[in-house]
Design a protein. Sequence first.
Lengths: 112, 115
Amino acid sequence: KAGVTQTPRYLIKTRGQQVTLSCSPISGHRSVSWYQQTPGQGLQFLFEYFSETQRNKGNFPGRFSGRQFSNSRSEMNVSTLELGDSALYLCASSSTGDYGYTFGSGTRLTVV
Amino acid sequence: AQSVTQLGSHVSVSEGALVLLRCNYSSSVPPYLFWYVQYPNQGLQLLLKYTTGATLVKGINGFEAEFKKSETSFHLTKPSAHMSDAAEYFCAVSDRGGSNYKLTFGKGTLLTVNP
């Protein structure tokens, strides 16, 4: 059974640009969540989607957005990148969203 | 609001020694509880979880954790450390009943295993 797949693994972007990260969940999982991991703030929740609907959103500025497609694949977008957006972005999937999540390997975003 | 406190950002043990990583939570009702492990340049791997039933939970790689409601704790243990256990460990909670669909993580504990 394939795990959670995140692409790309690494990204380098310039301040002011925008970026789109992709996540393919485990087959059959309809809940997809995104987390940001930084050395200073640790693991912080960005948002969760289930059947194309955002059910919860973390405390991040509007520059961070996401969406989920009918096949449960999800994307997150960060516009007007700032240096502080440099982080490991982790996607996780779950069948229902409450009994624990399976995480992908993450996308390492570096903003220069 | 839920919160998770992991005591000790860095724990160092000798190979073969007991591993004890501490986790306390704050929640209005007992949450679901999880331990995840992260190896360098990797995502998070679920070690074990407590949702209901027996309070002593066994996970992968010989780890176990005990939910103690009176102490609001969910400490992770392993009787004998192996070099391959060196990694960062995260305790996490989520709302019982899944009403907010998110995990709240502790700051993590980096485990070092000395030969």
